[in-house]
Every structure is written in C-alpha cells, then in structure tokens.
Design a protein around this ligand. Structure first.
Ligand code: ATP
Length: 514
C-alpha cells in the first residue's frame, strides 16, 4: 500500500515541475542527484522568501546588518571551525538493497514512529472526552502512552551516549535491536556504521604545484565570523548586534532522496547575533521566539510547527533547538537556533593570530563575544510554503480545482490580467491596465481559452488576484477583481487597483504585521 504522505510529496514534485517552480538539474542529461534548478516561477517565490527574511532581519532591526561573503574561503577557516575534523555524518548501508542511509536519521525516524503512536492515542482520547480533555494529565497517567514515552526516553538516552562517545559499534547494535529494516529491501542486513565527511573540496590555482585544496563552504556562518572585526569596526557596531547573510552552501549529503529538502547545493539564510558573555541564554530565548513569530506571520497553521531540542549538542554549542515543520514526509528540521558560545571567534583568533575581541565601553572590558545563531534553509522554507499551500478542492458546482494558497506577498505572480474576449478593444484596454500596474506588481497576461480555464491556471500557480476586463470596462473604467481563495469577485474602478493590490500583496504590508 502506498503511503499517502509520500504520494503528497510526489504530487508536489510533479506540480512544481509542471508549472515552472522546480526542475531537476540538467534534466536533459537525466538530472544530477540531489541538485535542482528553480524555474521561472520558483525563482520568484524563492526571491520573495529571501527578501521577506532579509527585510525582517536587517531592515526591521537597527542593530543587524547584512553582508555577502564569498563561497571560497581560506582553507584554514575550516580547520578552525572544526569542519575538517568533525563535520561528519554516520552512514550505514543495507547489504541487500545497496541503499545508503544516515544511521542517526534511521534512529530518529524510529523514535518519530513511536511519537506518532502517542499522538494517535491522544487524538482518540480527545474525541472520547470532548471538552473536558486534559492532554497533559492524560499523557502523565495513561499506561500505554507512558510505555511509549519510556521507550522513547530509553532510546534517546542510548542514542545520545553513542553519538557523544562516537560509539559507532553500539549505534549499529541499537539499529539492530530496534528491528529497523531497510524500507526498500525490508531486510536488517546492515553494514557497520562509518563516519563520512560532508565537505566538497576542489583545487585553487592554475598549475598543479601551486594548487591548494579548498572547500566549498558547508555553511554561510563562517563568512560572518571571519568578517566580524571588519563589520564591527567599519559599521561602528555596538554589542548586542547581528550580521545576516544569505547564500549558497554545499554538503555531500549521504542520503538525498527528499526533493529540495536535502540537497547537495542549497541556500542558507543565517544571522549571527553577538552578545556579552553570560547574557547568551536570554538572547537565545528571544531569538527562538522572534523566529517562531516570523514563521507564524506567514499564515501557515501553528500546528505545522514544533520545537525540538537537540539531544546531542554540536562541539561549539551550549544550547540548540530546531524549529521543525510538518513536511509531507513528516516533522523535520526547518531552522536551527544555536547558542554557539565564543567557540568560533576564539578558534579563529587562535588559528589566525589576530585579535578578534570587542571592546565594550559600557563595562570598560574587552572580550570575545558569545553568539546566538539563527539558521534556516531557504529551499526547505520554499518546500514548507509550497507543500502547505497546495490544495485540491471540490467546488460547489461539482468540478475540482488545484490551488496554491501561497501567502499573497510571496506569490510569484501577484495579478493576472484577463480580457474577457480577444476582440472589441478588450485586449487593448487590458494592455493599458498592464502599463499602469507593471511597475508595482509582477503580472501575467492571458487571453487564451475560456475565463474559467484561465482562472484555474492562475489558481494552480497561486496568483492571488485576477483582473477581468469586459465591455463594461470600456464604458466606465471598472474591472472585476477576483480573489483566489474565496473565488469572490467585486467590481472596482481601475483607478483604485494600485492602492488596493498594494495593501493586499505587498511585502511592506506584511512586514508591518510582524
Ligand atoms: P539535517 O540534520 O537535516 O542534516 P543540519 O542540522 O545539518 O540539518 P544545520 O547545519 O543546522 O542543518 O543547517 C541549518 C539549516 O540549513 C537547516 O535547518 C536546514 O534548513 C538547512 N540545510 C541543511 N542541510 C541542508 C541540505 N542538505 N539541503 C537543504 N537545506 C539544508
């Protein structure tokens, strides 16, 4: 039996391709594994998400500035950051299917299955008890839920120990004892677990003897750390302050089977917030909350988000959590919020021999700042937005439509301009309205097929508004404005269009509500 969630992911992938959102990379050569290209609409949506993040972080916060560092960095950067020695994922192969997996992800998915069982028990009980249901009390007292929770706690404790001690032998034993099978072959015939470094390397310099191994950055954060001094001095920044950046990152992922969720070339949107030592926990809480509010401001259901504290902290962190999202494949990491201590700056001080301290005039002291990082994958955010806005609807007249209920300010095309007929001067009038609107909005013109079919095409790409030009328009300069989600139409004066559409679709209006 096919899994409905997998079916949804497949539907999203084919919809994204059919309508010019996302294509497999170099598809004429049958694609390249875990690399994707954004098409004519996808690149617009991606730009809009990037801009919404950038403006929310940089424009709305006086003490945050943005930079754009290079992808190539001095190779010592990655020694100092710990990536050369420790940027590994544990991999395991199934000998029968020859498929490769991340050992940690296999265990996490097993835990998630138990969690789903708890959720089902809770849902059943909530239905049974109705209004008087007390979820917390139920979870604390119900023997079945307690048993599941005990299983989760025990697995987590052992899993954490294995990861911390790098005990790959026990990690394999854990996978075997939990009875985890390969989803393809159904067998438990596993190889040993091995560590695998995720960084891509290449050589810089034209002559072989000169050549120097350099890495494609696996995260954008280090570009911020090595520019800390430059920005602090030239921007006259005062702690607490932040540096934001968006850009490509590269990881030679072991498993790359989940569309744009896990890619080998992807884009990150990161912000490092520099604070006085010992104040980091309060900033960590502040940024957790601020980032959560940013997500909710998109209008996606709160139920699709949850926090997940890391069970094993990275070598640089003293607190870390993920904002997870209910993707079609289940709840998975969308954004990480990490308290990175002073690890990175201190390490760059050591390796470079440069003083990377901040002089704090308020307390008359120099110190290496502590850092809170917010790090979100742009492509994962794209998938979150796309998958949660995809709807198949049955309409009152018995027909069906596919609609992308994208937040209007993120939609690639804001307005479609549709002359009712291809004659009587209606296309010319439509052209006049296009000229009026094109400086403020991304438009699409369509005169082919019936108006109903044209509405369906716009629904499928998520255009929030359609303007129809008919004979009455020629007489009184009014048009009908159709709203995508309600499908309601109202007649308005063409002169009012810019003002109305701006209120409904502009990024600045969305930012005001943040
Ligand atoms: P995962 O556990 O899923 O591999 P991670 O914990 O390694 O992710 P981070 O190093 O915290 O991820 O990176 C920050 C963000 O970058 C993630 O929250 C995610 O949104 C994004 N990201 C990381 N790896 C990828 C990838 N291979 N493809 C797309 N986005 C990614």
């Amino acid at each position: 039996m096919s899994n409905p969630n997998e079916d949804l992911l497949k539907t999203i992938i084919s919809h994204a391709k059919e309508y010019g959102y996302v294509f497999p990379s170099s598809e004429v050569y049958d694609g390249l594994s875990a690399v994707y290209d954004y098409g004519q609409l996808g690149s617009e949506l991606k730009n809009n998400i990037r801009q919404y993040w950038w403006k929310a972080m940089v424009q709305l916060n006086e003490n945050i500035v943005g930079i754009d560092a290079a992808i190539f960095m001095h190779p010592t950067t990655w020694k100092a950051s710990g990536h050369v020695d420790a940027f590994n994922d544990p991999l395991i192969d199934n000998k029968d299917s020859k498929k490769r997996y991340r050992a940690d992800v296999l265990v996490e998915e097993h835990i998630e299955k138990i969690r789903v069982k708890i959720n089902k028990e809770v849902e059943k009980a909530a239905k049974r008890f109705g209004e008087s249901f007390d979820e917390k009390m139920y979870c604390e007292t119900n023997p079945r839920v307690q048993e599941y929770q005990k299983q989760i706690d025990e697995i987590n404790a052992r899993f954490k120990k294995d990861l911390e001690e790098n005990n790959l032998t026990d990690l394999k034993t854990l996978i075997e004892e939990l009875g985890i099978v390969c989803p393809i072959s159904g067998s438990r015939n596993w190889t040993d677990v091995r560590q695998f470094n995720l960084m891509f390397s290449t050589e810089m310099g034209s002559v072989a003897e000169d050549s120097n191994k350099i890495y494609l950055r696996p995260e954008t954060a280090q570009g911020i750390f090595v520019n800390f001094l430059n920005v602090y001095k030239t921007g006259r920044m005062k702690i607490p302050f932040g540096i934001a950046q968006t850009g490509k990152a590269f990881r030679n992922e072991i498993v790359a089977r989940q569309f744009i969720f896990r890619m080998r070339e992807f884009e990150q949107m990161e912000m490092q917030f520099f604070v006085r030592p010992s104040t980091e926990m309060q900033w960590y809480e502040k940024w957790k909350n601020a980032r959560y509010q940013w997500h909710l401001s998109l209008g996606i259901s709160e139920k699709k988000y949850r926090f997940h504290d890391h069970i094993k902290l990275a070598h640089y962190a003293n607190a870390a959590c993920d904002i997870e999202f209910a993707f079609p494949m289940g709840f998975k990491e969308l954004e990480g919020i990490h308290s990175r201590t002073d690890f990175d700056l201190k390490s760059h001080e050591q390796y470079s021999g440069k003083n990377l301290k901040y002089f704090d005039p308020e307390i008359n002291e120099s110190y290496v700042p502590y850092v809170i990082e917010t790090s979100i994958g742009l492509d994962r955010m794209f998938l979150a937005v796309l998958s949660s806005s995809y709807k198949e609807e049955k309409l009152a007249d018995g027909t069906e439509r596919v609609v992308l209920q994208l937040p209007p300010f993120l939609a690639p095309v804001k307005v479609a301009v549709l002359p009712l007929m291809k004659k009587d001067g209606l296309p010319e009038k439509a052209e006049e309205i296009m000229q009026q609107l094109k400086f403020d909005f991304n438009l699409q013109y369509d005169e082919k097929d019936s108006i109903g079919k044209r509405y369906r095409r716009q629904d499928a790409i998520g255009t929030p508004y359609c303007i129809t030009i008919d004979h009455q328009t020629l007489q009184d300069n009014t048009v009908t404005l159709r709203e995508r989600d309600t499908m309601q139409q109202e007649r308005i004066s063409a002169k009012e269009l810019t003002g109305i559409l701006n209120k409904k679709t502009s990024l600045s209006e969305a930012l005001k509500k943040l």
